[in-house]
Design a protein around this ligand. Structure first.
Ligand code: ATP
Ligand code: MG
Length: 442
């Protein structure tokens, strides 16, 4: 099994002293429309600095957990994955370029083929989070301490991708490097597929060994930070892989994995169907409780469809479960759950209203903690059963709501829950349309 060397750990510590650079959805889209070889190369350069910084923070965080949690085998395993991915990126050989090509790479390019170059719009403070809410508590002061090689550019001055001039031929080495970089990212993405389940496994190991019933606020905020960072890393990696592929074929409404015309109604209908299917399966129902959708046909906005599906599917599963358990699985008629989509200038808000009996007020803060669930027996946590997320089963991990809220907040939205105990629950999913807010990482 792969283990990090002491030297590598030292380099990781050094990288972890730099803060991550947050990127906004808008910046990713502005940059990414049909990137040239030169532009992709610059993006690779940005990522080959930014990803190691983010990975290094995670390695450190995982090593500094309280109460012996860092020592749990599954936590160690995940820490090694992060360290190994860090190493793969920083050791990837770079092409040697002529001075002429270097100069050309530095020349400001044109954005979106033709319009004169402009600097990407500034990312704004994410409205859904307190300053520094997901920041890691490392020595993030950005000083270069002389250990290892410092990242090439000072973090404060680093911008997200800057397009390079697209209308010229680039030497083949550049394209080769882009392909290699993208393949490395694919390998890393795959390695980290089961991180969520493996970390959850680590927490279970710790609970068992230390006889802990609940996770305290230090661990809760570690998990929030850790999973938020994971969403960001996977976004950057997924986006870059998709952009590299889209230099050949491109879907008109897609920039990488971002859909500039995400149709809310289509995604909601699909999530409803999937959640009802899982519900029927789980409770052995002939027909799951009905869900009514109120949404304009042509409501489109810029978003990552996968994120929206995830949040809707999770909240709908919760509602359907509550409805069935409140009224009894032997019923043949259930109250209808309503999904109402409102379009504002600033937000698109989706309200999911159920008559599932609500949640006692004292339990509301708990629903946002990891592993809080009212399912009696947590389903088995085999990290291989579902590679990417806790998606398949109806309920039972206590991850559905906290992770969905991270997805919402990642692009400046939020997830809120108001309950009437004895009657039902309203979940509000706010999605920020302005898409200028920065990832909540710094
Ligand atoms: N709409 C709802 N009505 C009533 N209770 C709810 C509702 N949504 C969530 N809950 C309560 O909050 C708990 C946590 O929800 P969460 O989605 O985070 O985890 P889960 O559904 O138990 O497991 P999973 O990780 O598989 O989603 C649930 O177990 C349930 O008790
Ligand atoms: Mg759930």
């Amino acid at each position: 099994m792969w283990k990090p060397s002491e030297r590598l750990m030292e380099t990781i510590r050094h990288y972890a002293s730099f803060p991550a650079t947050g990127v906004s959805l808008r910046q990713m889209v502005q940059f990414g429309d049909r990137p040239s070889t030169g532009t992709l190369f610059r993006a690779s350069q940005f990522l080959s600095e930014e990803l190691p910084i983010r990975l290094a923070h995670r390695v450190q965080d995982l090593g500094e957990l309280p109460d012996g949690l860092s020592e749990m085998p599954s936590i160690k395993k995940v820490q090694d994955w992060y360290a190994q991915s860090f190493e793969e990126i920083i050791t990837l050989p770079r092409p040697s370029l002529t001075q002429e090509v270097r100069n050309r790479l530095l020349r400001p390019g044109r954005m979106n083929g033709g319009s004169p170059s402009k600097i990407l719009s500034e990312a704004t403070q994410n409205p859904s989070i307190r300053e520094g809410q997901y920041r890691s508590s490392t020595t993030a002061n950005g000083t270069i301490n002389g250990n290892g090689k410092p990242p090439a550019v000072a973090a404060a001055g680093r911008r997200y991708f800057v397009p390079a001039d697209g209308n010229v031929d680039w030497p083949p080495e550049l394209n080769d490097y882009n392909q290699r970089f993208s393949r490395t990212l694919q390998q890393i993405k795959r390695r980290h597929d089961s991180v969520v389940t493996t970390v959850a496994q680590g927490i279970l190991e710790w609970k068992r060994e230390r006889q802990r019933m609940q996770i305290d606020s230090t661990i809760q905020s570690f998990l929030d930070r850790f999973y938020m960072s994971r969403i960001g890393i996977r976004m950057l990696i997924g986006q870059h892989i998709a952009l590299t592929e889209q230099t050949h074929v491109k879907h008109p409404n897609y920039v990488g994995i971002i859909c500039t015309k995400t149709n809310v109604r289509d995604i909601a209908l699909e999530a409803i169907e999937n959640a009802r299917f899982v519900c029927e399966d789980y409770y052995g129902l002939f027909e799951a409780p009905k869900v009514q959708l109120v949404c304009k046909d042509d409501l489109n906005f810029m978003y990552v469809p996968g994120h929206l599906s995830h949040m809707l599917f999770e909240t709908l599963k919760n509602s359907l479960r509550a409805v069935v358990e409140q009224h009894g699985a032997d019923r043949d008629q259930f109250p209808v759950t309503k999904v109402i989509v409102a379009e504002g200038k600033e937000d698109i808000t989706i309200k999911i209203t159920d008559e599932g009996g609500g949640i006692p007020r004292s339990a509301i803060p708990l629903v946002w903690t990891y592993m809080y669930t009212t399912v009696e027996q947590t389903p088995s946590l085999d990290p291989d059963f579902d590679k990417s997320d806790f998606k398949a089963p109806m309920a039972g991990f206590g991850y559905g709501l906290p992770i969905s809220r991270l997805y919402a907040r990642y692009f400046g939205g939020d997830l809120k829950l108001i309950s009437m105990e004895g009657y039902g629950t309203d979940v509000y999913l706010h999605l920020n349309r302005l898409s200028s807010s920065s990832e909540p990482l710094q």
